[in-house]
Ligand binder design. Structure first.
Ligand SMILES: Cc1cc2nc3c(=O)[nH]c(=O)nc-3n(C[C@H](O)[C@H](O)[C@H](O)COP(=O)(O)OP(=O)(O)OC[C@H]3O[C@@H](n4cnc5c(N)ncnc54)[C@H](O)[C@@H]3O)c2cc1C
Length: 393
């Protein structure tokens, strides 16, 4: 059976729902399709179940893309304040956890319910558990087929997300559609993902499991200071996830376990003033006890600080202020929060998210080569890009 629509959106995640709501509000007859039985699954599991739905510090500098200025237009048309207003309209209680990150007080489900209600108010027709088998394009009309129906539409919005967490519905569908329409796709890699480490580091991490440090982790000119944790699986925590988005095979990362202090200068000072003090005790002033002991043991440095050579003091200081680690890889899409790369932004209008080659074809959200830092920036991109596509589809 043929069904006619003004707009068909494929993918009912954050970006897809937002675009369908906006298109529907403009009076466009809008169909929203998802292959999963349950929609908004990423929203549901996000932020530990409380959805870090935006960040008050959202700005283009918080995003990675081959074309960083692409993001400016979407954020200027729909920003964090606009989404916060929507959340407030629904009286959803939220709080700032840290660094501008806004979380629901109660549950991520409130955000899903809000979006579903907005879809209903905008007369969006929702079809779940629906697998799109084929898309054709003829006489400026998109012909979309599932196993039962054919949908005809002058606008088609692809919002099928990236490859992260296939277990809850991620697929390469969006990239395949781009390729079908001869639209370039930038190579994809998992991002905001735990890094993996060699046996030596793993053993160290196992001994230190549970210890945290307010470390600064850097890679070339990029650095993050957001906490790091030693776990049985290696190094973890927000700083590691953040740097993973910049890490490439072969790169080493620098970890400063005590960024507020220059340990070399401090130890030289201590050697002059308290030469009889035990080195392990001194290091323990700056680092957790288990970490301090392990660093002294690894460097085979014991005894009183007065007996230590400059060379040994430098060795110790480097293990603290400039620990160089060579990750062996990442855990991949299974645990990645997002996908780096995607539909090339040079193929899209930054004002509308529409394809420059195929008027009426839009790509939004994570499927596009725009990736946010950790902290609510990825959802904000989904809301902003979804909003603008909904204005023009
Ligand atoms: C564990 C986890 C926690 C996260 N926490 C946060 C957070 O707190 N804050 C934040 O900003 N970001 C967070 N993110 C990232 C955020 O979830 C994504 O950036 C965001 O969901 C992307 O939105 P999207 O609409 O583009 O894609 P998605 O939300 O992935 O939605 C894509 C939709 O398309 C559907 N789909 C896929 N393939 C097909 C197909 N072939 N046919 C039909 N439908 C299809 C999927 O079922 C899905 O419903 C987290 C991610 C993960 C994995």
């Amino acid at each position: 059976m043929n069904e006619k629509y003004d707009v068909v959106v494929i993918g009912a995640g954050a970006a897809g729902m937002m675009s369908a709501i906006e298109a529907g509000k403009r009076g466009r007859k809008t169909l929203l399709i998802d292959h999963s039985k349950k929609i908004g699954e990423k929203i549901r599991i996000s932020g530990g179940g409380r959805c870090n739905f935006t960040n008050i510090n959202t700005s283009p500098s918080k995003y990675i893309s081959n074309n960083p200025s692409f993001i400016i237009s979407a954020l200027s048309q729909y920003n964090q304040e606009n989404f916060i207003d929507l959340v407030k309209k629904y009286k959803i209680k939220f709080h700032e956890k840290k660094l501008g990150q806004l979380f629901c007080d109660s549950s991520a489900q409130e955000i899903i319910d809000m979006l579903l209600n907005e879809c209903q108010l905008a007369n969006v027709i929702l079809k779940v558990d629906t697998k799109v088998l084929k898309i054709n394009y003829k006489d400026k009309i998109f012909i979309i087929r599932d196993n039962l129906n054919t949908y005809l539409s002058s606008s088609l919005i692809i919002a099928t997300g990236g490859l992260s967490v296939p277990k809850i519905g991620a697929s390469k569908f969006g990239y395949d559609v781009a390729k079908q329409f001869n639209i370039n796709v930038i190579d994809t890699v998992p991002a905001l993902v735990p890094l993996t480490f060699n046996e030596k580091i793993l053993n160290k991490c196992k001994l230190l499991a549970g210890v945290s440090a307010n470390a600064v982790i850097s890679l070339k000119k990029t650095f993050f200071e957001e906490g790091m944790l030693f776990t049985h699986r290696g190094l973890s925590g927000p700083s590691i996830l953040q740097i993973s988005s910049y890490w490439k095979e072969g790169d080493s990362i620098n970890i400063d376990l005590c960024p507020e202090k220059n340990i070399f200068n401090l130890l030289l000072e201590k050697r002059n003033i308290f030469p009889k003090q035990n080195i392990n005790t001194i290091i323990n002033y700056f680092l957790a006890k288990r970490l301090a002991t392990l660093i002294c043991e690894e460097n085979q440095i014991t005894g009183n600080i007065g007996e230590l050579s400059n060379k040994n003091i430098k060795k110790l200081a480097d293990s603290i202020n400039n620990w160089i680690v060579h990750p062996t890889g990442t855990e991949g899409y299974r645990t990645a929060e997002v996908t780096l790369g995607g539909v090339d932004t040079n193929e899209l209008s930054s004002k509308t998210m529409m394809s420059k080659k195929y008027p009426g074809l839009f790509f939004i959200g994570e499927v596009v080569d725009v990736t946010g830092h950790l902290g609510g920036y990825n959802f904000q991109w989904a809301w902003s890009s979804g909003y603008i596509a909904g204005q023009y589809a």
